[in-house]
Write a protein of this length. Sequence first.
Length: 290
Amino acid sequence: MGRVTESRRIRTVRVRDGVLYAGRKGDHVAGEEPLDIRLNGQQLSLTMRTPGHDVELIHGFLHSEGLIQHREDVAEARYCDGAVVDDESGFPRNTYNVMDFTTTRPQLLPQVRRQFTTTSACGVCGAESIDAVRQKSRYILVQSWTVDPRVILRAARDLTARQEIFARTGGVHAAALVGLDGTLLVVREDVGRHNAVDKVIGWALMEDRLPLRDCFLLVSSRASFEIVQKSCMAGIPLLACVSAASSLAVQTADELGQTLAGFTRAHDDGDGRMNLYTHPERLDLTTAEG
């Protein structure tokens, strides 16, 4: 399997007090390799990801597309020999970039070139995308709890401290499932923000934790439609992102009943801020001023 990070010798350029300086130093870059996902022997999808937690990644991806519902739907997950031929033996060697999932239900054999919900296609509008999520999802996002916004901000601060690959490279996104008391249940990093989300949802599916009604999803990126889609499919009532939210993400969260918070920024002293785009009723604002 490829490495999570790689070491490089790079040139540095900086300007200080109008003077140009150049130098060299060692640096780390985030690993990025293709993962060929095969379902029952047929190619399903090709994604670029940071190697690691591939089984969780594919479980989460298959669940978000409505292809599996439980961990028991997967009979076997194995890496396959890739297209790279070993120079010494002359036989294909395992690059750990091809993984085949065998399901317990043969009818899940994918149709060739099927369209995924997260794939843009001509003629597909926002309403149709939202309807596709509504039809595939097994869960209704009910409002059974409220959470103090300070819990979310504390979790955002704790997530920053848990982003080990980002600290070394500055080049990956993170996703975390967070309990209502602010505990980070699981954290995953990846060059693809949607991959990081698939990994944490895949972890939850393999731990028999779905639906995720009593926790929220925290992501270090912006909130796009695909992240709202994946979280709603997993039954997550609240999504908080560090950056902005797209228009279709807001529309989808609003129609499906999910609380969506953007620009969730925490400071070391416990202060911070966030913007609430949809369903603010899940945040306890009874003691708020203003």
